[in-house]
Design a protein around this ligand. Structure first.
Ligand SMILES: [Zn+2]
Length: 270
């Protein structure tokens, strides 16, 4: 079977090595994993998730009476935090997820980015997505790349006018640097072709699949903002605070579903 996330990681390593403007990315701080998403459904192909965003200020939800405007209820106080993900001694700063099989069936034709790659083969659309997600990593490693507006102020949007062009320039320069074709070969196959060629497609996932490390709320012991207001309890967090290498599973993906693979000789904790 082909380990798709491993192939993606090896390709990313080569892209970063050959691309001066991505030299700020430390791949040992990054983990690639798979999420499930059908090829015939709409949605993202991949996402860059940042794990280093600071813990939020304390906050709460509240409800007001529509006519009097009076505070009627409030939730318990909470802060929003990122979970820690560690692999051995390393703390992971970024996750990049690929939605499978959707990503594997992505094609350049009929996509908006086709105009950046005249005459290029279809699989270049997948390489564009890979570079796009890497390009979201902030050069100062302080979160996700901030986008500057024409007047120099920072945009609220994740993709400024030059984002797609910058990505296309990196992809074109990478391909012109004559990378080893064996690193790119897996992109030429769609999901069915991969399954036929390798007998199956597997990817790294997290133990709590289909969930994965995400921001979560932590309850704080703090008094209500007004003495008589009713307090709504928060749902207990279902998100682990810490993920380690023991929380990584290999799953096999099919067109419709996934299943966990257990290695021969591997014991499952009772
Ligand atoms: Zn993006």
């Amino acid at each position: 079977m082909i380990n798709y996330t491993e192939h993606l990681s090896l390709l990313m390593e080569d892209v970063v090595r050959r691309t001066p403007s991505l030299a700020c990315i430390h791949l040992e701080d990054l983990l690639v994993f798979g999420r499930f998403g059908r090829a015939d459904a709409d949605g993202a192909f991949a996402t860059c998730h940042c794990l280093t965003l600071p813990t939020s200020e304390p906050g709460y939800f509240y409800w007001r009476d529509r006519t009097t405007g009076e505070l009627t209820r409030q939730s318990e106080w909470f802060i929003t935090k990122s979970p820690r993900v560690t692999i051995g001694p390393r703390r992971i700063k970024y996750l990049i997820s690929f939605v499978m099989p959707r990503f594997c069936n992505q094609s350049l034709r009929h996509s908006r980015k086709a105009l950046f790659y005249p005459g290029a083969p279809d699989w270049v659309g997948k390489l564009d997505t890979i570079v796009h997600e890497l390009y979201h990593i902030d050069p100062e490693q302080a979160g996700l790349r901030r986008v500057k507006c024409a007047d120099g102020s920072e945009s609220e949007r994740a993709h400024g006018p030059h984002f797609y062009q910058d990505v296309a320039r990196i992809v074109t320069a990478y391909l012109a640097s004559r990378p080893d074709p064996s690193l790119l070969g897996f992109l030429a196959d769609d999901f069915n072709a991969l399954t036929a060629r390798y007998g199956g497609v597997v990817a790294t996932t997290f133990r709590n699949f289909p969930s994965f490390p995400q921001r979560y709320m932590e309850r704080l012991e703090m008094p209500a903002t007004e003495p008589l207001v009713r307090i709504e309890r928060l749902k207990p967090a279902s998100q682990p605070e810490l993920y380690t290498e023991d929380d990584l599973h290999i799953r096999e993906f099919t067109e419709q579903s996934t299943r966990r693979l257990t290695r021969k000789g591997q014991h499952r904790a009772a």
